[in-house]
Design a protein around this ligand. Structure first.
Ligand SMILES: *[C@@H]1O[C@H](CO)[C@@H](O)[C@H](O)[C@H]1NC(C)=O
Ligand SMILES: *[C@@H]1O[C@H](CO)[C@@H](O)[C@H](O)[C@H]1NC(C)=O
Ligand SMILES: *[C@@H]1O[C@H](CO)[C@@H](O)[C@H](O)[C@H]1NC(C)=O
Ligand SMILES: *[C@@H]1O[C@H](CO)[C@@H](O)[C@H](O)[C@H]1NC(C)=O
Ligand SMILES: *[C@@H]1O[C@H](CO)[C@@H](O)[C@H](O)[C@H]1NC(C)=O
Ligand SMILES: *[C@@H]1O[C@H](CO)[C@@H](O)[C@H](O)[C@H]1NC(C)=O
Ligand SMILES: *[C@@H]1O[C@H](CO)[C@@H](O)[C@H](O)[C@H]1NC(C)=O
Ligand SMILES: *[C@@H]1O[C@H](CO)[C@@H](O)[C@H](O)[C@H]1NC(C)=O
Length: 901
């Protein structure tokens, strides 16, 4: 089975290969202008057809350019106004180059732009906004990301830039030359989650209505000349990281909101003329890690100048820095504290020699995140991997522009990052990754050294390096939410094979900037079907991140969750499957193999057996057991039990005999689905999902709704299965789960991709795609054409069958009433609205499908018609539904197909 990431790449590749048509002429003219203006363009940027000839960094859909991703390509020159004529552009990512000149106001005319990253360049001039003669960036009301940091932009931040209509998540303007005051209109952009205005020359008071930005998690206003009173930030309920240091605010007492922001991890208010008392409640905020208040006039927590941390400081607390304040006395807790307190240069330290009066050594900058392996001896120029293999790693630096935690030394912060890196490298020849040297650079970016280790051999070949670089340069790698936006600068790799083994060095050099030249090769290899298939080894040392480590019954039976499902021994399962005999095999996939088994009671079961020695999918495995054993519904695949024995991981499900909806729609299973049956299946699947959203406790988001995960029982009732990616809504105070983006291409909610925030509406989107599949009997993506987009483009509600005769499956046209088909299409399109809020809930979907069925003369509550006579055809090459194709981290490159839908 071909891993899906390859399938995806094949899709692009085929799309490009079959390009009989040429790049849209207007797009080509614009690209030609860019190519003419820019220096150091990739060698592949030749010829008259950027889409057809696969210019590196350029992605097209239907011969229209939808993304330009050329971060760290070493480009220089100006940004020509011609960019504004790329009217289908969704992603413009030009950060970390050497561009000069002004931001062209024509970017404001790009109606579909979602991602605008021009940070880390040398751009100058003002931020353009609309006037009578030209439109500016204020028109970009659909854009989610403005990343302009680390340039030389000047002038005021135009107040016209912001409006209530905007959908910005990230506003990054740090380290420019901006002056004037912060416009009050910023407070109108309710969607904002991250605001960096630090390291400019902003002056004047902070507008009070910034406090209305209740979704902002990181706010950086430091190192400006901001004055006036300290703003009241009580309303910024999500605030996690706040830095207002080095401003010239009016002298003021500590505001009360300091101690009411429940999400606060980091409070940095150095040198802000604060005086008086801090409430000791501050220190007991549950998430608090760091309090840096040096160079103020604070006199502790009590009127007589005493600092008292309180009896129950946050267990997360790492640092309380009151250097150079007015603290006279310090009430120490008997036994001391397990975090650092700094009182150097306070009156207290004139009389005391306690350890609080000695400046701690600066954090060791070579502080590496330890691995569990005792370092093996490696030859001089090799490096030990976390799995203790000596090798030549691919190295570079990750820059995170606004991490929302401040405790850089806490290893647990990096575990999730390591995991998501490994997931992004899932199908590449990567053995492990190691992160080290966490530190903050002068821009307050978190920098991390990254080493990526090869699997199978001690070096990467050119293809391997290209593929890894591709992951970063195309934002396929999605960092965990607390890390925020990132970029990656690679070191040159000098250890390619074919050079004398005594010195692998200085043979051929690839730099991060040349990444683009390699994408082509990777694509063609993938299309050839022999790209990387290494699995199993592609894990970080299991002991480091293995979610099962504490869950092995032989080691620690207490770790096993108490479940309703049965715990089978290996011997039992072996017996039920006739020693896992080939004849009982009913499928296989990235996860492992699936066997049919018979319990002593005669019940048929399907047993999903993880590949031996492979921890791949371990997290999914545990997830699935815990979730499935809590849900019981006739439209959900039931879990009978599991087996965690002798190093095996198996799931035992009820046996669903008639395969997946996908197989039936594609004709593979030989089951003919007329309109009536399709409606019934749609209703069943919708009810299953509705159950998960509404009735399960806690509610569950499936995250991977697709036709492959809808199974059909002997009466063709739909059953939703495969919970490997599902998430409970949890007890968090939010209505969404912030999570690493996962799922299957074609079904992925564009909003989820852009925000990382998972809601029930993401399942609604997937279900909408599934509905379109039901009507068209086509996969969501065929030859680079995305079903949602195709249907939306072709649809004309004034015409018969909405003008969709071309796409509707001919099999159903005869059996469906046109009105019911139209209503079904209406509903599908509403489910695939770009914005989650515009989509119906699953309960609404269920109601509407019921009414469509009534319209078609069916009783939505009747049992399905009976079985065998209605089937036809042979089962050729038929694989069982449980052949779970390996899931993959959602590829950023793929977004382009999604987000524009
Ligand atoms: C309008 O804006 C454009 C681009 O920012 C600028 O070049 C032009 O001078 C402005 N025109 C007026 C009348 O301000
Ligand atoms: C913003 O929305 C308002 C009302 O919804 C509309 O009048 C205005 O033109 C919109 N502004 C922009 C820039 O789209
Ligand atoms: C405040 O300014 C000083 C002096 O420029 C600098 O050393 C310090 O890092 C700044 N503090 C913060 C939190 O940015
Ligand atoms: C305090 O902040 C001001 C700017 O507000 C800056 O000029 C000064 O260097 C800072 N002092 C220290 C000690 O950080
Ligand atoms: C501490 O600050 C408060 C508020 O500014 C003030 O009333 C009090 O007198 C100060 N205490 C000392 C000992 O300076
Ligand atoms: C400061 O005041 C608190 C109570 O208000 C008292 O318990 C403490 O002893 C005082 N400390 C000194 C040094 O006077
Ligand atoms: C590069 O390495 C991968 C896996 O490590 C291997 O499959 C592939 O054949 C190699 N390619 C070349 C050209 O040697
Ligand atoms: C569907 O399931 C029924 C009951 O097991 C069986 O008789 C029928 O042959 C199956 N159809 C297909 C196409 O597998």
């Amino acid at each position: 089975m071909v891993p899906r990431i390859q399938v995806y790449l094949v899709v692009i590749f085929i799309q490009v290969l079959v390009a009989a048509a040429w790049t849209n002429p207007s797009d080509f003219n614009a690209m030609q202008a860019l190519r003419g203006e820019w220096k150091n363009t990739p060698p592949s940027w030749v010829g008259p057809d950027p889409c057809g000839m696969r210019w590196d960094g350029i992605t097209c859909i239907n011969y229209r350019i939808v993304s330009i991703m050329c971060a760290s390509f070493g480009l220089s020159g100006q940004l020509p106004a011609d960019i504004g004529s790329l009217s289908e552009l969704q992603i413009l990512s030009l950060n970390s180059n050497k561009f000069i000149g002004e931001i062209p106001s024509s970017i404001g005319t790009l109606p579909k732009l979602l991602w605008l990253d021009i940070g880390e360049n040398r751009l100058t001039g003002r931020i353009p906004v609309s006037n009578e003669s030209a439109s500016g960036l204020d028109m970009l009301v659909q854009t989610n990301h403005f990343h302009f940091g680390n340039n030389q932009l000047s002038g005021e931040i135009p107040s016209q830039l912001f409006s209530t209509n905007m959908s910005l998540f990230h506003l990054l303007l740090e380290n420019n030359l901006l002056n004037g005051s912060i416009p009050a209109t910023l407070g109108l952009v309710q969607s904002l989650e991250l605001v960096r205005l630090d390291r400019n020359s902003l002056s004047g008071p902070v507008p009070q209505n910034l406090s209305k930005l209740s979704n902002v998690q990181d706010l950086y206003l430091s190192n400006n000349n901001l004055g006036g009173p300290l703003p009241d930030l009580t309303g910024m309920m999500s605030l996690s990281y706040l830095d207002m240091s080095n401003n010239t605010f009016d002298t003021s007492d500590v505001p009360t909101w300091f101690s009411t922001l429940q999400s606060l991890t980091t409070l940095v208010m150095e040198n802000t003329t604060l005086s008086g008392n801090v409430s000791d409640k501050l220190f007991s905020l549950p998430q608090l890690q760091t309090v840096r208040l040096r160079n103020n006039r604070l006199n502790g927590t009590l009127l007589n100048g005493t600092l008292n941390i309180g009896s129950s400081p946050s267990t997360e607390l790492q640092l309380v820095d009151f250097q150079n304040n007015s603290i006279q006395f310090f009430t120490e807790k008997p036994g001391g504290y397990n975090f650092q307190i700094i009182l150097v240069d306070d009156p207290y330290c004139q009389r005391s020699t306690s350890s609080y009066c000695i400046l701690p050594l600066p954090a060791n900058s070579s502080n590496s995140i330890p691995s569990n392996c005792s370092t093996p001896r490696c030859s001089e120029d090799q490096v030990p991997s976390p799995n203790c293999q000596c090798a030549y790693p691919y190295t570079g630096t990750l820059f995170f522009r606004a991490p929302s935690f401040s405790d850089l030394s806490n290893r647990s912060n990096y575990v999730s990052l390591q995991q998501s890196l490994m997931s992004s490298f899932k199908h590449l020849p990567v053995d492990s990754v190691s992160l080290s040297n966490p530190s903050k650079n002068l821009d307050e970016y978190l920098t991390l050294s990254l080493q990526v280790f090869p699997s199978g051999q001690d070096y990467f070949n050119w293809t391997g390096i290209s593929a890894i670089a591709f992951v970063f340069s195309n934002q396929i790698f999605i960092s965990p939410p607390s890390f925020g936006p990132y970029y990656f600068i690679a070191n040159s790799y000098q250890n390619f094979p074919g050079t004398p083994s005594s010195s692998h060095k200085k043979s051929r050099v690839i730099t991060g900037a040349k990444v683009c030249g390699s994408v082509l090769l990777f694509l063609s290899l993938a299309a050839g079907g022999h790209a990387f298939r290494q699995k199993g080894r592609a894990e970080i040392a299991a002991s480091q991140i293995d979610p099962f480590a504490s869950w092995d019954p032989s080691k620690n039976s207490g770790g096993i969750p108490q479940l309703g499902a049965r715990n089978f021994s290996f011997e039992e399962v072996k017996k039920y499957t006739n020693n896992f005999s080939e004849t009982n095999g009913i499928g296989s996939g990235g996860y492992g193999k699936v066997y049919r088994g018979t319990l002593p009671t005669g019940q048929l079961v399907a047993i999903k057996r993880a590949q031996q020695g492979s921890m791949q999918g371990a997290l999914e495995f545990k997830n699935e057991i815990e979730l499935l054993s809590r849900v019981h519904h006739k439209n959900i695949v039931g879990l009978v039990g599991f087996c965690l024995d002798q190093g095996e991981e198996m799931l035992v499900y009820e046996y669903i005999p008639n395969g997946t909806l996908k197989e039936s729609l594609s004709g593979k299973s030989g089951i003919r689905l007329d309109w009536m049956r399709r409606l019934r299946i749609a209703l069943g699947a919708a009810r299953g999902i509705q159950y998960l959203h509404v009735l399960a406790d806690p509610p569950i988001i499936h995250r991977d709704i697709k036709s492959n995960n809808v199974l059909l029982d002997e009466r063709l009732n739909a059953k939703v299965g495969d919970f490997g990616l599902s998430k409970p809504m949890g007890s968090t105070y939010r209505t969404h789960v912030t999570t690493q983006v996962k799922g299957t291409m074609g079904y992925m909610d564009p909003e989820y991709y852009m925000t990382n925030q998972l809601t029930e509406k993401s399942d609604v989107y997937g279900f909408g795609v599934l509905m379109l599949e039901i009507v068209t009997a086509k996969a969501p993506i065929v030859k680079g054409k995305y079903i949602v987009r195709e249907v939306k483009q072709a649809m004309d509600v004034t015409k018969d069958l909405y003008n969709l005769h071309q796409v509707i499956d001919p099999v159903i046209v005869s059996s469906a009433s046109p009105r019911s088909l139209e209503k079904f299409l209406d509903l599908a399109l509403r489910c695939t609205e770009e914005q989650g809020v515009s989509r119906p809930t699953m309960s609404e979907v269920v109601k509407e499908i019921e009414s469509i069925m009534e319209l078609a003369g069916l009783n939505p509550n009747a049992e399905s018609a009976s079985t065998s006579e209605s089937y036809e055809g042979a089962r050729k090459g038929y694989e069982h539904p449980y052949s779970d194709e390996s899931l993959f981290i959602y590829s950023g490159a793929y977004t382009q197909f999604q987000v524009g839908a």
